[in-house]
Design a protein around this ligand. Structure first.
Ligand SMILES: Cc1cc2nc3c(=O)[nH]c(=O)nc-3n(C[C@H](O)[C@H](O)[C@H](O)COP(=O)(O)OP(=O)(O)OC[C@H]3O[C@@H](n4cnc5c(N)ncnc54)[C@H](O)[C@@H]3O)c2cc1C
Length: 479
């Protein structure tokens, strides 16, 4: 069944909640689709029903956005995994664009297809983890993924945890672990003291964020947690699960070992561009924004008519900048649909444009800290698995490059790297860097063409009762 919405919003993080609220409050017919059971996104992830979570700054900010959304009149479709996108410009050559088509799998498993005249993508980011020996051992989990365990499940990743990688999430996760009862064995921060010092001026513009960061550091100092600046994890070791982690200064030198039963590690965040790639929008490589990003105008329009991107999916700028970006995208959609005239749009966009710019300064400094560090890719050993879905090692990738693969789609065809359930979300960054080293840069290495499904879905849920005999056989072409 199809529903002609004015605006569909994909993703109910801070950007998506604000976009849907803005568009619905101004009279548009809006649907917001989110795969989680509650709105909030990664940063404002709501606790499961029945969990009592003491209010903190994140909880209050999330609740304010949720309350505005509930009052806005936007239709919320929670637990809806969006796996297919179509329509819009994806029509046969020469045909006029049609409404966007959105295929989703709701919790009851009965697939739905919706239609919307404009589509705002607010899908956020994926975590970047550059492979190292032992990274596939049980007990090694993503730094950002650890926040999901802690927030959505109330589960500790381990009793004694090493926290490693880059960016503010390191200290946020370590402080949360301490509060929740884990021991933090050590923090291995890739950033140097100088990098943090250079980020300070941007952070001073957001005293609230700075105060929070200082409180995390104070909690670590009080608990005697060793914080190793400019250090990288070189191996996770153990039989059947992680038992210890080896850490080394990035400049070389003696490695230290820390016993632990979990390693939370993350090397930054990568904008989720699967949907804009499906629509063949223009992209550019922006290392300090997290990687490939869609080309956006000041109002978050992409190169495809009536398609918009807000939040970290358009380049990592953090949670504080996301709501203003969502409002800008919604206002642009209403302008393009003719709901707002030029003057009303110019007036309405002024405040979110300023808010976005201000918040993005601190976000950009943090994104810079989380940008991909080439030395980690150089250090990947030949026998280390890069694509864990398909079991492809660095050595196999190098062989494919020797054999003539010159960009990401060819690498995928030669090795199956990125063809598994994660569709390259986990291995794509490391694999692309390996290609880039041979062909002269990430722009040349390109990215895997956007393909459906956006998320793994069971075939029977999408096709229903299906038999091979049901496949229509086209008549033979006339000779
Ligand atoms: C795993 C993870 C944990 C993070 N934890 C923190 C944290 O604790 N603190 C912090 O400051 N920052 C955190 N970040 C960074 C933070 O997400 C962003 O800075 C900020 O939330 C960006 O907001 P957003 O609205 O752009 O995206 P997000 O908040 O990421 O929201 C995107 C939403 O889109 C939904 N979505 C994506 N694809 C689909 C689909 N196909 N179908 C249906 N729904 C979909 C997701 O479920 C998600 O709710 C985390 C990032 C990640 C990846």
């Amino acid at each position: 069944m199809t529903h002609p919405y004015d605006v569909a919003v994909l993703g109910a993080g801070p950007a998506g909640m604000a976009a849907a609220t803005e568009a619905a409050r101004r009279g548009a017919k809006v649907v917001l689709l989110e795969e989680s059971p509650a709105p909030g996104g990664q940063v404002y992830r709501a606790a499961p029903p029945g969990f009592v979570v003491p209010p903190d700054a994140d909880r209050r900010a999330g609740d304010a956005l949720r309350a505005a959304l509930a009052a806005s009149g936007a239709e919320l479709r929670l637990g809806h995994r969006v796996w297919g996108l179509g329509g819009g410009p994806l029509v046969r050559q020469g045909e006029a664009p049609v409404p966007f088509r959105i295929d989703a799998l709701p919790p009851d498993g009965e697939p739905v297809t919706l239609e919307a005249r404009a589509l705002v993508l607010c899908a956020g980011t994926h975590e970047r983890i550059i492979p190292f020996p032992g990274w596939t051992l049980p007990g090694v989990i993503g730094l950002a993924a650890a926040t999901i365990l802690l927030k959505a499940q109330g589960v500790l990743p381990g009793r004694r945890v090493v926290v490693a990688g880059a960016g503010p999430l390191l200290y946020a996760v370590a402080a949360k672990l301490l509060k929740a009862g884990s021991e933090v064995a050590a923090i291995a921060d890739l950033a140097t003291r100088g990098e943090w010092a250079r980020a300070m001026p941007a952070l001073l513009a957001r005293p609230d964020l700075l105060a929070r960061g200082l409180a995390w550091r104070a909690a670590l100092a009080t608990n005697g947690v060793p914080v190793l600046q400019a250090h990288a994890v070189i191996a996770a070791e153990g039989v059947g699960a992680v038992e210890r982690v080896r850490v080394q200064p990035i400049s070389g030198g003696a490695a230290e070992s820390f016993d632990c039963d979990a390693l939370c590690i993350g090397h930054g965040l990568v904008p989720a561009t699967e949907a804009t790639r499906v629509f063949r929008a223009a992209h550019r490589y922006a290392r300090e924004s997290g990687g490939w990003v869609p080309v956006l105008d000041a109002d978050r329009r992409v190169s495809v008519p009536l398609l918009y991107v807000a939040g970290d999916g358009g380049g990592v700028r953090g949670a504080a900048a996301a709501p203003a970006a969502g409002r800008l995208a919604a206002l642009a959609a209403l302008r393009d649909l003719g709901v707002l005239d030029g003057r009303a749009h110019a007036r309405a966009r002024r405040r979110p444009a300023l808010e976005q710019w201000r918040a993005a300064q601190a976000g950009q400094a943090m994104a810079r800290m989380m940008a991909l560090r080439p030395a980690l890719v150089d250090a990947i050993a030949p026998e280390t698995v890069v694509c864990r879905c398909e079991g492809v090692t660095r050595a196999e990738i190098e062989t494919a490059l020797d054999d003539g693969a010159t960009e990401m789609n060819q690498l995928k065809q030669f090795t199956r790297c990125g063809m598994g359930p994660c569709q390259g979300r986990l291995c794509g960054e490391a694999a692309a860097e390996l290609v880039a080293r041979r062909v002269g840069g990430r722009e040349r290495a390109g990215f895997a063409t956007g393909r459906l499904p956006l998320r793994p879905v069971p075939m029977e849920a999408v096709l229903g009762e299906f038999d091979y005999a049901d496949i229509p056989v086209p008549a033979p072409a006339p000779l």
